[in-house]
Design a protein. Structure first.
Ligand code: SF4
Length: 450
């Protein structure tokens, strides 16, 4: 069996199989470049079954490039809520605006122009050009590299850029003339349904007869892939601050900064309790110091709140960080009320700074305060030593905040507001906070310290 014959076998049998076995997916029903583009962005890091309802809702709400370009960002994020990797949604909208401005609202068909769209990498560009316009462009992602590694018995590490280049060349050579649209989808479909990562279904595979990996018994050891760095664990303390007086029935949320992780999404206030020591996961903090630290950090952010008790533990996994969350129910306090010691001391340290002492002296005051109680209080120190402009409070608040005390976490310029259950439909939250706040409004933490 020569290489040419092996390639021909692959292309012909794969296409035949796909034409009979292709799944009926919503983005395949119309030959609409915008639909292809949205589906490919959603499918990055996400399973087809998960994407289908999101895709249908997204296209229902933003049926055209223009509708997406003109929508408020908050609405776009709301429609993405739960899918994760929110920068995809922001980039998609930014790219829709590029398409409006530079291409009159029509998806470009030129490779360089597609590649220039925000959030579009080589895989997505290849997928759009081949699926939407039937151009013979390879679309190589991890699934495709797995299939090709196995079929052609390629021992190169698929994490290397040079391997991707090799795979793209190979995938391009395999596309039968005039059949790029079907062939690339066939290759993706084989990786998703048959040549799966852990248990490939070789016996029902349409290309099994000439699969070098299977013949060599290597289907389970290919592809070669160096392990990615494990995500960094972080222990975080989260506050569900229950409002009182004019805020009764509402909880405090803040909006994340305009750039970085989960940019512009809403969340419960939280603070880093302890980073992981080298080679060791950060462990949970005992409740007493955890609550003191939380009260202090809220105070440094401009809010007086008393932690009442542990509501729940939760975990949120990002590609590069794992948050282990200790979630405390807190109640809003009047400024005149006695606050937990750490909060009062945090204020004293801040007052010293606000009174005109230089950064280093107030930072060292905060540092002293931190070391007095526990080394875990370093986050308060960092909050206190990074004052920035006042927080932009969207809600009129009857609480007499000292304007100078509305410090914001690490100088990020955060925005805060009090929300009720009715606001949940309008604001975009990362999944973990959506679950925590919904559970709170459903009464799941009613008995904390009652
Ligand atoms: S025969 Fe097995 S290893 Fe080879 S392509 Fe098919 S499913 Fe993958």
């Amino acid at each position: 069996m020569g290489l040419l014959e092996q390639k021909r076998h692959f292309s012909v049998n794969l296409l035949d199989w796909y034409m009979v076995n292709r799944r009926d997916l919503p983005w395949r029903r119309h030959n609409n470049p915008y639909f292809t583009w949205v589906s490919e962005i959603m499918l990055q890091q996400t399973r087809v079954d998960t994407v289908i309802p999101y895709f249908n809702r997204f296209i229902g709400n933003f049926p055209t490039v223009q509708a997406l370009a003109e929508a408020p960002e908050e609405e776009v994020l709301k429609n993405w809520e739960g899918l994760g990797y929110y920068s995809r949604a922001r980039n998609l909208q930014a790219a829709a605006r590029q398409v409006m401005e530079l291409h009159g609202g029509e998806m470009p068909q030129d490779k360089q122009a597609v590649f220039a769209l925000k959030g579009v990498g080589p895989y997505t560009a290849g997928a759009i050009l081949s699926i939407a316009f039937n151009q013979p462009q390879p679309a190589v992602d991890g699934n495709v590299m797995r299939v090709l590694s196995r079929y052609f018995l390629i021992d190169e590490d698929i994490m290397k850029g040079s391997t991707r280049v090799l795979m793209e060349e190979l995938a391009g050579e395999l596309i039968p003339e005039g059949r790029a649209r079907d062939f690339n989808q066939a290759l993706m479909e084989l990786g998703a349904l048959v040549c799966t990562p852990k248990a490939p279904h070789c016996l029902t595979c349409p290309v099994m007869e000439q699969c070098s990996g299977r013949i060599a018994g290597r289907e389970l050891t290919l592809p070669v892939k160096t392990k990615a760095k494990p995500p960094r664990p972080e222990q975080r303390l989260v506050a569900i601050v229950e409002g009182r007086g004019a805020h009764r029935g509402r909880v405090l949320v803040r909006q994340r900064p305009a750039t970085g992780l989960l940019a512009r999404m809403w969340e419960l206030p939280h603070v880093l309790a302890a980073p992981a020591a080298a080679g060791k996961a950060a462990g949970p903090l005992a409740d007493e110091p955890a609550m003191a630290l939380l009260a202090g950090s809220l105070w440094a952010e401009g809010f007086a709140a008393r932690p009442e008790g542990l509501a729940t533990h939760a975990e949120h996994v990002f590609s590069h960080i794992v948050w282990s969350l200790q979630v405390y129910k807190c109640t809003e306090q009047d400024q005149s009320n006695e606050l937990p010691l750490i909060a009062a001391e945090a204020r004293a340290a801040y007052d010293a700074q606000a009174a005109g002492k230089d950064h280093s002296s107030s930072a060292s005051a905060a540092s002293e305060l931190a070391t007095t109680h526990s080394e875990q209080f370093h986050s308060v120190t960092s909050l206190l030593s990074n004052p920035s402009e006042d927080a932009d409070l969207l809600d009129e608040s009857p609480v007499a905040y000292d304007a100078q005390l509305t410090l914001t976490g690490k100088g990020d310029g955060l925005t805060y507001r009090w929300i009720g259950p009715e606001d949940m439909d309008k604001m975009a939250f990362p999944n973990i906070f959506l679950k925590l706040i919904s559970s709170y409004f459903a009464g799941a933490y009613d008995d904390v310290n009652e």
